[in-house]
Design a protein around this ligand. Sequence first.
Ligand code: UD1
Ligand code: CA
Length: 460
Amino acid sequence: MTLEVVVLAAGQGSRMRSALPKVLHPIAGKSMLGHVLDLAKAIASNKTHVVIGHGAEQVKQTIADTAIQWALQSEQKGTGHAVAQALPAISDQAQVLILYGDVPLITAETLMQLITINTEKAAAEQLALLTVELANPAGYGRIVRNSDNRVVAIVEHKEASVEQLKINEVNTGIMCVSATALKRWLPALSANNVQGEYYLTDIIAMAVNDGIAINVAKADEPMEVQGANTRLQLEQLERFYQRRYAEQLMLAGASLADASRIDVRGSLITGSDVFIDINCVFEGEVIIGDGVRIGPNCHITNSNIASKAEIKANSVLEGAVVGEDCSIGPFARLRPGTVLAADVKIGNFVETKKANIGIGSKVSHLSYIGDAEIGCNVNVGAGTITCNYDGVNKYKTTLADDVFVGSNTALVAPVTVGKAATIGAGSVITGNIAEGELAVARGKQRNISGWQRPKKLARD
Ligand code: UD1
Ligand code: CA
């Protein structure tokens, strides 16, 4: 079977009150349209068409995917008209799945259910419709069934009779239709209705008229088929998404202090017996090994944390690799290119960037370590700074194994410190130090005896 997906994304979304086209508003850090396009990939769409109108250029540029077939609907004349814009590029052999750029949380499983009812029936032309039962169906197209319980039409809310308004089963808009049938029905739509629009939903009655049975799949979870027209609805979708993600993490063996206070904007893979305290945000691709503990208020982006490491409260990690049994924070900031071997300790108010730090080394307090190669069992004293930047270029600092750096040392790069060398506190190190040497580079202490403190001046 050839499956082609058409995503409707031309609407303005004026109720968002935003300069950003509606479908580009994010859920979990990714545009709603991005979520829908990921689904199209997940269900192996052979070709994906996106119908754009409002903010068309911005949508195209943001998505920037050359595999997408864009169709322009310059005037929004209804959902049927929108699908018609994609029709010329759709192959006659295709089953066409219609999705919506502002309905981002549908799952691949639900879509596969819809697609497979068609393949199971294996008739030449088919139409499968996804419906949902809503306690409050106001605003939605109602599913009209005959006495045999077969779907015969969809009636839009604005066109519905008092009796039809009582129907709780509604149209999600999502359907899967044979291309040949679409090509026959869409040109025959009329805009002779309350809204003066070409309703895609009118093809249901056309199918019935052509003797084509309407196959129906029902979505169990209304939030899956919920669209976002306002920022309030966007927030509801976001919370639903996050709750669903948190549940998956817990089922996979992670304990969350509060499932409503974790946000994942990307992918988070956790091992077993991971504990995540409240208010943590994960972005991009984050992988966390077995037994890792993450303290409260951590923000972790594109990082890999090996088993039994502990990330203490208020730490920020971005593009970092943390080895087994490391202890990070509280209040640590690991920036891109930080690679920590096992048993490394990074303490409070320490910032690292492009830093390779070997097994068992410690940077415990108030330091900046950037463009650095640090061996094993190195102790970097409080307040040590790698002066890696001369205002134009960046230079490297190398500390071999077993080095001891006294507190408040400035390592003016490029500089290399040999194995087991020692640096006296308060030093400004501008030259290399050989293995085992002690370097002290600070003003000599002078003690002045009999010195008098200044006296308070008499005021006139
Ligand atoms: C539509 C359905 C309704 C269903 C509801 C589910 C029709 C006629 N009605 O109603 O049965 O219950 O969705 O949410 O299909 N769009 C375009 N171009 C257009 C018109 C719409 O791209 O010319 C896009 C919109 O951006 C939106 C989607 O299609 O993403 C749905 O359009 P909308 O006008 O919101 O349809 P509803 O009136 O909600
Ligand atoms: Ca709508």
